[in-house]
Design a binder for this molecule. Sequence first.
Ligand code: NAD
Length: 493
Amino acid sequence: MTLDLTLQRADLLCAQNFINGEWTAAASGARLAVLNPADQSLIGQVPDSAAVDAQAAADAAAAALVGWRATPARQRAQVIKRWHALILAHQDDLGRLISREQGKPLAEGRGEVQYAASYVEWFAEEATRICGDVIAAPVSGRRMLAVKEPVGVVAVITPWNFPAAMIARKIAPALAAGCTVVAKPAEDTPLTALALVRLAQEAGLPAGVLNIVCASRAQTPAVVDAWLADARVRKISFTGSTPVGKHLAREAAATLKKLSLELGGNAPFIVFDDADLGAAVTGLMQAKFRNGGQTCVCPNRVFVQDAVYERFAALLSIQVAALKVGPATEADAQIGPMINARAVEKILRHVDDAVSRGARLLVGGRRVREASGPHFVAPTVLADATADMLLASEETFGPVAALFRFHDEAEVIAQTNDTPFGLAGYFYSENSSRIWRMADALETGIVGINEGAIASEAAPFGGVKESGYGREGSRHGLDDYMHIKYLCQGNLQ
Ligand code: NAD
């Protein structure tokens, strides 16, 4: 069956920046084409902005901060709740837009909208629960309090793999905390972000509270550098690659901005010989092949214990070989196109390198559906992966499951933690003592225990080591957009 990805509400396909409550072109008039990664067809055009546009957005956000931070929390929450309702009301259109510009199958596009909406709802609720401490004064004649305040203007920079969820889980807590926002969505997927901003406008967000500026990859440094240099921007919230995250951390040091950095991972997925193998295969299929393997918490290294190695490889191969690759217009597609040519080249380079170093190719390992477009890659299983292969140290970010063999727990812990990254880790075991030992031993910010789908608005999402710092979701996700002010009243009689 062929699906129609045309939007019911054509005005959700926005073509301008949104600055100070107005839809505006880049000052230069430059445009950036947005292409469907499946067939390279043109979906729309957005402004290709420069520093002057970024400055206008920061001016608007700085001016709006005074009023928004003074708006009572319940009133802020009501606007965010209306935004949530509008997102759900337009979930079909938003899902279609995600599938068109990002490529994921429509069911996943719709699923992402619901996932994004769950963060918006969560933070609307959390806005009304912001509270500090009344501290028992250690000396007489004093009252001591800790109150929470919004950090100020926040710059949000998002990646292409979850065009709605990444925007939602940064902007919703910022607004809930009383911050104002300047945002730059990924150059490959700005349209979903613009549609979400259109709905936020309809929800009644005051002018200047949320501003969005689009830019090509070439123009992005000019836009972001303007915000980095601007002392009024007090926080950067970024999801993307570790090199860009480190660059932002270095440059943000000049004005000591607060940072949330959700960066690359190299997630281990460990299958012990005491695991429920069926559950482990199901968990790996969910964690690895969702979004075509283009998620930051995707297992990148699958460690399987000797005794179950060949059986696990066989069970996994059957399921991977059955995955249907295709564009989002095909109702039964499970793996969409990769986002761009750069991504395809990296995935195939990882596979070729692994095979040249002795890996066994069990399934896939090549382009497919070339008549449909250049970015389709067959879901792949590689056995006998080893630490010297590129895919052991670099995030593949594609539908490739590389199986490493291990003998005992101590060995796999050492291998697992032998990476500068530490976002997510997963393991499967039915032994309760081992479960707690492993949960302690993994150097990651997130641990999936007998579970492959770990993301939730109620949970703190984020990494350790070079996967970054800061947390999104949960009550901690709101704290990242606030600072603590200590009030001390003395000389009380
Ligand atoms: P990226 O870091 O290059 O891009 C992410 C965002 O940063 C985009 O909005 C981009 O325009 C912006 N950006 C790029 N260069 C910048 C600069 N110099 N200054 C400021 N902003 C800049 O990531 P990518 O190209 O989208 O993907 C590359 C790799 O990043 C992937 O292979 C993967 O390893 C990782 N990645 C991680 C996540 C995640 O969720 N943690 C998401 C996407 C990509």
